[in-house]
Design a binder for this molecule. Structure first.
Ligand code: DON
Length: 575
């Protein structure tokens, strides 16, 4: 499976550029929009759990300058685009779930299909999917949304000047950062994968482990974005460079960039176990999936009584639940701007209880018998990274963004240093044919111009009595919401400390391939456990990546962050 190959990839002295070196133009003349009124501090500090140490440094600097969680999140996002180029990005897109001044918000800055995209663009004359076309090179690229999303979020809720939050990223692009062994290894693997297909090596060939890596073209792009705002990326010099780079190779034009819009949406909200879950709505499948998983498990509490964590019986029951969630995902979920997704029905307590009742306590249900739960109802036409942030005023940001596979399409837009995504692979190229993550889709996720491909990204916040309790998310494609589900179970059902909950073994099932449980390399399969699971009728299969959770739990008034030991993430608490 493609995931296995691509997942092999997966998966200082801090001197920021001085603000004086960023020329004043658009930003200085733009009046500040409604900013968050100053609240009294309610936590002992602000905290982050992020994918690398440079992003943590950037967040610390922003907090010290008086910034809030949204300022820190935007600084982290731009920094990771420089220092974590395998997944951090401005050439991709994502989702941000926010909790600001006691209210939930969600911004969708997912990539969109280009205007010239067509339903069958990845099929040959015989109607078969052309291998790799939606994964590598210019054809795989969706119109990027990250800059628009960060701009919207910071303008609406940030406290600092836009230029201030761009400064750390500009510093790392201009002056360089030290390349980690993990990044160098991922680059080596990507280089083999993209060989002869893209210009990847021209840009990243000179990057060496332990050596400072500078990206002057990317520094120029970021400086223009700092000066001119998002309009540089969508209608300025950077837009021209991206369009020129695409001309004669791919579909994206300047018109695509000019028409791109990030969208504020209603997050999915649900009550569970005394908590309020705030999570990602469509075009993510993750929020609906997470709510279904958590509630189905709660409905089946009697089955779980005395079942120990990660025992064969536990794996079986979780897989049974996951089967039903993935059957719904394949049928009903897509971009809500194109299809009316039945969100209320899919998250309805009675519906979820009915699905839970179909779970077979003892043996795996026959895969073919697990159908989408709302019947034949057709929806009406109508390497990723995560970071979690809380500030001392009690605001929170949960952000997952992606260029899909590590280093995306492998294309670096000429003259920019921008790594472009391969998000088009998240569409269903042909009904029933699995994508890189092995998941299938239907009409609801077919390719259409300007449509957003279905995602699994699930940036999530749990609150209790109106206060943030947990901020959590991860990369991992279709493993995203099953990973979050397991960590949430570890915390709240098994009462594990956050670090242990994040580190504990994870597994995955997604309906197809039939009765297959995917393991991860981080916690090797135990011989006896493997035998017990196989004896129940499952096939065990390895996978190279099972997420990189970044989470913050608030205990009383103290934020406790945890970064997944599977990655190179770090945490930071700033008083
Ligand atoms: O949106 C999605 O669901 C995928 N494009 C996410 C990709 C991902 O998590 C890659 N990380 N391993």
């Amino acid at each position: 499976m493609k995931l296995i190959e691509r997942s092999k990839l997966a998966a200082s002295a801090f001197a920021f550029v001085s603000l004086a070196s960023v020329s004043a133009s658009f930003i200085e003349s733009t009046p500040a929009v409604a900013k968050v009124p100053q609240q009294p501090a309610i936590l002992t500090g602000s905290a982050v759990a992020v994918a690398d140490k440079y992003a943590a440094d950037a967040a610390e600097q922003v907090f010290k300058e008086g910034g809030n969680a949204v300022d820190a999140a935007v600084a982290i996002a731009f920094t990771l685009a420089v220092t974590y180029p395998e997944a951090g990005n401005i050439g991709g897109g994502g989702f941000m779930t926010l909790y600001v001044n006691g209210k939930p918000y969600f911004i969708d800055y997912r990539e969109r299909a280009p205007l010239a995209a067509t339903r069958n663009m990845y099929l040959d004359d015989q109607g078969n999917v052309i291998a790799g076309k939606s994964l590598y090179g210019y054809d795989a690229v969706g119109v990027p949304g990250t800059v628009a999303g960060m701009w919207e979020a910071q303008r609406r809720f940030g406290k600092l000047k836009w230029k201030q939050v761009l400064a750390p990223a500009i510093h790392y692009a201009r002056d360089g950062f030290e390349v980690s062994d993990q990044l160098a290894q991922r680059r080596d693997a990507a280089s083999k994968e993209f060989a002869g297909k893209t210009n990847f090596d021209q840009y990243f060939g000179g990057m060496n482990e332990g050596v400072n890596f500078k990206q002057p073209q990317l520094a120029s792009v970021l400086t223009r974005i700092a000066n001119d705002g998002a309009k540089d990326f969508y209608n300025g010099k950077t837009a021209d460079l991206i369009a020129a780079s695409m001309r004669g190779h791919g579909l994206i034009t300047k018109q695509d960039l000019q028409q791109y819009k990030a969208v504020w949406r209603q997050p999915i909200e649900a009550n569970w176990n005394g908590y309020r879950i705030i999570t990602a709505p469509p075009p993510s499948s993750g929020g609906i999936g997470l709510v279904q998983l958590l509630k189905m498990k709660a409905d089946l509490a009697p089955y779980f009584k005395d079942v120990s964590l990660n025992s064969a019986q536990y794996v079986h029951l979780i897989a049974e639940i996951e089967k039903r969630v993935f059957a719904d995902r394949a049928q009903y979920l897509g971009d809500p701007d194109f299809y009316k997704v039945p969100i209320a029905q899919l998250t309805d307590d009675a519906y979820i209880a009915k699905r839970a009742a179909e779970v077979n306590e003892n043996t795996p249900s026959d895969t073919k018998s697990v159908q989408p739960g709302l019947g034949t109802l057709m929806p009406e036409k109508a390497e990723t990274t995560h970071f979690s942030v809380v500030d001392k005023w009690g605001n929170a940001v949960s952000n997952t963004y992606t260029i899909n596979g590590y280093f995306g399409s492998g294309v670096v837009a000429d003259g920019t240093g921008i790594v472009l995504n391969d998000e088009m692979d998240d569409f269903s190229a042909k009904p029933g044919v699995p994508n890189m993550f092995g998941v299938v889709g239907s009409d609801a996720n077919a390719i259409e111009p300007k449509k957003r491909p279905l995602s699994s990204m699930t940036p999530t916040i749990l609150t209790k009595d109106g206060k943030v309790s947990l901020v959590i998310g991860t990369p991992g494609g279709s493993r995203i919401f099953t990973s979050i589900f397991q960590v949430v179970n570890n915390i709240y059902d098994f009462h594990m400390p956050l670090k242990d909950a994040v580190a504990a073994m994870r597994f995955h099932h997604q309906l197809l391939p039939p009765n297959t449980i995917f393991w991860e390399p981080y916690q090797p399969v135990d011989g006896e456990l493997a035998k017990a699971i196989e004896a129940k009728g499952y096939v065990l299969k390895g996978q190279n990546f099972s997420g990189d959770i970044q989470a913050i739990k608030i205990d009383g008034d103290t934020p406790l962050p945890a970064a997944d030991p599977r990655g190179r993430g770090v945490t930071r608490v700033v008083q």
